[in-house]
Design a protein around this ligand. Structure first.
Ligand code: 5GP
Length: 218
């Protein structure tokens, strides 16, 4: 099976990071693409696990060196997906899970047309605000910037391939699992499919021949 990119986007506080982590726990055919960011580290976050925390200079140097598949500005900080990270995951035969915002998702769509883009909606505005406030790590102006950004993000949901509502974590994970499983069955993603079909055709053609029939060329 050809591994692909699974992009998850949602407004900040939409719960996609929790969904992504849960999804990864249950499947060994997925790996999380750790992004780089210039945002300060939140309590409990680990460098190289949650993000690669970079200075702005270092981030910009890496942009100039072409090290990013995509990058974007979000609430005053830079975020980006490292090419090396995605290549490492795909080369290992796994699907890469990207937890990124909409500008980045658009760039991924251009560079990886077979990427699967899933938008995760919060069940309500109050749930979204509750999650954002519950995080308790951001000052009011950052909270405001993130909510204003959510307003914008919600208008582009139709650019995504799939949309789910994150009412319940278990259901949301099950829905993404169903999406992954369906996507894996697209003929274009099954690299052993054509050899198998040729084999089937060969056997069927032999059977037709044995019955005295003419075997069509295709
Ligand atoms: P947070 O600061 O809450 O971790 O993330 C803020 C936003 O940046 C979220 O919408 C998250 O999905 C997005 N984000 C995280 N990593 C990346 C990335 O590598 N590229 C882009 N474009 N967005 C990212």
């Amino acid at each position: 099976m050809k591994p692909f990119l699974l992009v998850l986007s949602s407004p900040s506080g939409g719960g996609k990071t929790t969904i992504a982590r849960k999804l990864l726990q249950g499947r060994d055919d997925l790996a999380y693409s750790v992004s780089a960011t210039t945002r300060p580290r939140r309590e409990g976050e680990r460098d190289g696990v949650d993000y690669f925390f970079l200075t702005r200079d270092e981030f910009e140097r890496r942009v100039a060196a072409g090290e990013f598949v995509e990058w974007a500005t979000y609430a005053g900080h830079l975020y980006g997906t490292l090419r090396g990270e995605v290549e490492r995951i795909l080369a290992g035969g796994k699907h890469a899970v990207l937890d990124i915002e909409i500008d980045g998702a658009r760039q991924v769509r251009r560079s990886f047309p077979d990427a699967v883009l899933v938008y995760v909606l919060p069940p309500s505005a109050s749930a979204l605000m509750q999650r954002l406030r519950g995080r308790n790590t951001e000052p009011p102006e950052v909270l405001q910037a993130r909510l204003a950004r959510a307003l914008d993000e919600l208008t582009v949901v139709r650019e995504y391939d799939y949309v789910i509502v994150n009412d319940d974590l278990f259901t949301a994970v099950a829905e993404i699992t169903a999406i992954l499983d369906a996507e894996a069955r697209r003929p274009s993603r099954q690299d052993t499919l054509w050899a198998f079909i040729e084999e089937l055709r060969g056997e069927v053609a032999a059977a037709v021949g044995k019955l005295g029939g003419a075997v069509p060329s295709r």
